[in-house]
Design a binder for this molecule. Structure first.
Ligand SMILES: Cc1ncc(COP(=O)(O)O)c(C=O)c1O
Length: 412
């Protein structure tokens, strides 16, 4: 069937002008999130525009997803080209984009094998399944995974059990068994929780959703040593920290450890949904039929992933995140000197947080929004900044200027 694209576009624009999207959302959508009251229709680089044409500097970036910014030409180009070539087959067949992306990830990480899925939760859940298979093969059927309090590994039922935060767990009790949550940044707690049932420890190198919490420098090494001593696996969830966000391609590189299994998602395809489990050869114990996904590794997402990761590597985007992140945190510390109610500024690379002595984060999100800056309310008393990794000091200056005004407006 022939479709007149221009007529289609025109009626789409007309419809956009006529509809009250936010009211329609309230009518049709399950209420799982308190949205910021703007409707975004376009994005480019670190900027987005709402339906009224108003421009915003985007320091939320799809929750640390748009690593190259919105609609980066290499990603848009790869998606367009792949959409005209081959979008989805099934994993019954070989396809080229997924092999190219897997090769790139293996060549630039310490891992040997890849499995693609569609989201972070799915990647973490698959990693847990993989560690259980390992437990069945090599650890007398051990199946328990030790995770940490304040962690975040996704919203599936098993990942809610893995996620050490009561607010995500309480509404869904009883939870699947096989997870033990222990204190973060405390290797002794992991040692105490380890039993003959333990097959793995799963950690975020830096906790993202849990508050942008950095561990002490020797924590991951101590956990690695313990896992080696016990013969259990170390799974690093690099869904938020990976692909350059912390200033190196992967966060584990900053802590001198290598995981046995690593999960990726978020920034992997700069906005196109994709997730990945990577594993060392010895931990890659799935056999045909034991795990799978209809859409996982589809050519469209993998073409976007390949374009993103190749651009990140070729242009040393991780180093940009390190350098600009350093500039940004220095600016945030300057604001801390100025405003007594800022109690902490922390983070690494372009994953940063600012904490306050009272619950003003919601008001600050609004005050920033009114001035054209999008930021994330991490907690009632904390903001998180996770802009595209491609930003420069100029965008940081602009954000700091708005933040300064927003903070001033709060004190009145
Ligand atoms: C560290 C970490 N793991 C897992 C997830 C879950 O990812 P998704 O929302 O794509 O399922 C997130 C999402 O914020 C995350 O930050």
């Amino acid at each position: 069937m022939e479709v007149d694209v221009d007529v289609d576009k025109e009626s789409h624009h007309r419809e956009q002008e006529m509809s009250n999207w936010q009211e329609l959302e309230h009518q049709y959508f399950m209420k799982t999130v308190e949205r910021t009251p703007i409707t975004l229709v376009r994005g480019q680089g670190a900027r987005v525009w709402d339906e009224n044409g108003r421009e915003y500097l985007d320091f939320v970036a799809g929750w640390a997803v748009n690593s190259l910014g919105h609609c980066h030409p290499v990603v848009a180009g790869a998606v367009t080209e792949q959409a005209k070539t081959l979008i989805q087959t099934s994993n019954q067949f070989y396809t080229i984009p997924q092999v190219r992306l897997a090769e790139l990830l293996v060549q630039h990480s310490c891992l040997d094998k890849v499995f693609f899925c569609n989201s972070g939760a799915e990647a973490c859940e698959g990693a847990v399944k993989l560690s259980r298979r390992y437990g069945h093969h090599y650890l007398n059927g051990a199946y328990e995974v030790i995770t940490t309090t304040n962690s975040f590994h996704g919203r599936t039922l098993a990942m809610v059990a893995a996620t050490g935060q009561a607010k995500f767990q309480q509404p869904y009790l009883p939870l699947p068994v096989g997870f033990v949550n222990v204190e973060y940044n405390n290797v002794e707690a992991i040692k105490t929780a380890t039993t003959e049932k333990t097959c793995a420890v799963m950690l975020e190198p830096v906790q993202g959703e849990g508050g942008v919490r950095l561990p002490s420098d020797d924590y991951l090494m101590a956990v690695r040593t313990w896992c080696d001593e016990k013969g259990i696996l170390l799974i690093l969830d690099e869904i938020q920290t990976g692909l350059g966000r912390l200033g190196t391609l992967f966060a584990y590189q900053q802590y001198g450890v290598e995981p046995d299994i690593m999960t990726l998602a978020k920034g992997l395809a700069s906005g196109v949904p994709i997730g990945a489990i990577l594993a060392k050869d010895r931990a890659s114990v799935f056999t045909p039929g034991e795990h799978g996904s209809t859409f996982g590794g589809n050519p469209l997402a993998c073409a976007a992933g390949y374009a993103t990761v190749k651009f990140v590597i070729d242009n040393n985007i991780a180093e940009n995140a390190r350098r600009v992140g350093q500039y940004f945190i220095t600016g945030l510390e300057g604001l801390k000197q100025k405003f007594q109610f800022i109690t902490d500024v922390r983070g690494r690379g372009l994953l940063l947080a600012m904490e306050f002595s009272s619950d003003i984060a919601g008001s600050l999100v609004t005050a920033c929004l009114e001035r054209g800056l999008l930021v994330n309310r991490l907690k009632p008393n904390a903001l998180r900044f996770m802009p595209p990794l491609t930003i420069g000091n100029e965008e940081v200056d602009e954000a700091l200027g708005i933040l300064d005004k927003a903070l001033s407006s709060i004190v009145g």
